[in-house]
Design a protein around this ligand. Structure first.
Ligand SMILES: [Zn+2]
Length: 197
């Protein structure tokens, strides 16, 4: 392994800390950072005060297709793409900043963040692997996540066309009575504007 300068090394540690604070699992850290595993485990223990959890990462793209998850994941991914393509962030910066903005947006809207950092990271990998793609909603023109080769897929996003069970009496939707989330594209634009300025 080529030796890094102390500054580069310190920056890598700071990136690791930011990811751990946002809830990254070991697999994410090992894949994204050029730091040895034992050092990452020590960092994890220092930041979180506990050992990193074991176990497999979620591996199904279907999770992102359920109603609320699709809204949350689309919101995050629109932000990620904006940060990477328009604000010229690196993949890792776009992931970290995009995920932080997504969580802040949830806080402001009074929503529980459904997407954890690992799901956000996995989502980007599914896009890079060509499994998922963004589709434009025929009603609000927001861009939302869909399976790449699904011919039956909806042309309207989950906000414009919620499933019929959503909001039925006796089964309150989790965001009932709270602020309705903005269409993903609008929210992503609003969230990313201060960074782009
Ligand atoms: Zn829509």
């Amino acid at each position: 392994m080529p030796t890094r300068s102390l500054t580069e090394d310190a920056q890598e540690v700071l990136r690791a800390i930011a990811l751990i604070e946002l809830g990254a699992r070991m697999q994410v850290l090992e894949s994204e950072l050029a730091l040895p595993r034992d050092r990452l485990i020590r960092l994890y223990r220092e930041v979180k005060g506990e050992s990193p959890p074991k176990g497999m990462l979620p591996s199904s793209a279907d999770w992102y297709m359920t109603w609320m998850a699709n809204i949350h994941a689309s919101l995050f991914y629109n932000t990620y793409v904006f940060l990477k393509n328009e604000a010229k962030c690196s993949h890792l910066d776009a992931l970290t900043k995009g995920y932080r903005l997504y969580r802040e947006h949830c806080t402001h809207a009074g929503l529980e963040p459904l997407l954890d950092l690992t799901r956000a990271w996995t989502l980007v990998r599914f896009f890079n692997g060509g499994l998922l793609e963004m589709t434009q909603c025929s009603r609000c023109s927001g861009r939302f996540i869909g399976h790449k080769y699904d011919l039956r897929r909806n042309k309207a996003c989950a906000i414009c066309q919620p499933p019929s069970r959503a909001g039925k009496p006796g089964k309150p939707a989790r965001d009932e009575g709270r602020a309705r989330p903005l269409p993903p594209a609008v929210a992503a634009r609003e969230m990313a504007t201060p960074l782009a300025a």
